[in-house]
Design a protein around this ligand. Structure first.
Ligand code: HEM
Length: 208
C-alpha cells in the first residue's frame, strides 16, 4: 500500500484546533524559564533565538506542504493555515521580545537598529509581509476577497520566508551550518514552486 493511502485517512481525522495549543505551549514554557532566569547566561537572547527559530521552522513547514503532496501524495493541506498562523505567532513573539525586553522600547535605538542593521530590516520586512497573511487567514476573509485575490495575497508567504531565511544568514558573524541549511531548504522549496509555475504555464504558451 502506498504511503499516502495509509497516512491521508489518518491525517484527515487529526483535529486541528488542539494543535495550536500544542505548538504554542513551548512558547509559554520558554517565557517562564526566562523569567526564572533559567535560560542560560542571556535569557532575553535565548528567548529571541527560540521564538525566531520556531517561526522560521513553521514557515518552512508551511512552504513544504505542496511539494510533499506532489512528491509523495501525503496531504497536509488541512494543516497549512495552522502552520502559517503558528509561524506568525512565533514571529510576533520574537518581535515583541526584541522590542520590549531587548531594546526596552527605546525608540531612537530601535530606529537606529533599523537604519544600521540590514538583518533587522530583513526580519521586519518578513514580518510585515506575514501580517496580511495572518489577517486574511479566516474563511470569512477568503469569501470576502474571493479565491483569486486571496491566493495572490497568500503568495506573500514565499518572499516572506525567503527574507526570514536571509535575515538568519545575515545576522551570524561566522558561518555556522544552521542558517545556511535553512537558506538551502527555503531556496529548494522556492525553486520547486517556480518550476511548478513554469510547468503549468508551458502548455498554455505552447498552445499560443
Ligand atoms: C518572519 C519573521 C522572522 C523570523 C522567521 C525570524 C527568525 C530569526 C532567527 C531564526 C533568528 C536567529 C536566532 C538565533 O540563532 O539567535 C533571528 C534572530 C534575530 N531576529 Fe529575527 N526573525 C523574524 C523577524 C524579526 C523581526 C521583525 C525583528 C526585529 C525587527 C527581528 C530581530 C532579530 C534579532 C535582533 C535577532 C538576533 C538575536 C541575537 O542577538 O541573537 N527578527 N530571527
Amino acid at each position: 500500500m502506498r504511503l499516502a493511502e495509509r497516512v491521508n485517512p489518518w491525517l484527515r481525522r487529526v483535529p486541528v484546533a488542539p494543535l495550536y495549543w500544542i505548538a504554542l505551549f513551548p512558547a509559554v514554557i520558554w517565557f517562564g524559564l526566562a523569567l526564572a532566569n533559567r535560560l542560560g547566561a542571556d535569557p532575553v537572547r535565548a528567548l529571541e533565538h527560540e521564538y525566531g527559530l520556531r517561526a522560521l521552522q513553521f514557515l518552512v513547514a508551511a512552504l513544504a506542504v505542496t511539494p510533499l503532496r506532489e512528491l509523495t501524495g501525503v496531504s497536509l493541506l488541512r494543516f497549512r493555515r495552522f502552520l502559517g498562523l503558528t509561524a506568525f505567532s512565533y514571529a510576533l513573539l520574537h518581535l515583541l521580545v526584541w522590542l520590549v525586553l531587548d531594546r526596552q522600547l527605546d525608540w531612537p535605538r530601535i530606529a537606529e537598529d533599523l537604519a544600521r542593521r540590514p538583518y533587522v530590516v530583513l526580519g521586519m520586512a518578513a514580518f510585515v509581509m506575514l501580517v496580511p497573511l495572518a489577517a486574511t487567514s479566516t474563511d470569512r476573509a477568503l469569501r470576502r476577497l474571493g479565491p483569486g485575490r486571496w491566493r495572490r495575497v497568500h503568495r506573500l508567504a514565499y518572499p516572506a520566508t525567503a527574507l526570514a531565511a536571509l535575515h538568519f544568514v545575515w545576522l551570524v558573524k561566522a558561518w555556522p551550518p544552521e542558517p545556511l541549511l535553512y537558506a538551502l531548504a527555503v531556496a529548494t522549496l522556492l525553486a520547486w514552486r517556480a518550476a511548478g509555475v513554469l510547468r503549468r504555464r508551458a502548455p498554455r504558451i505552447a498552445a499560443g
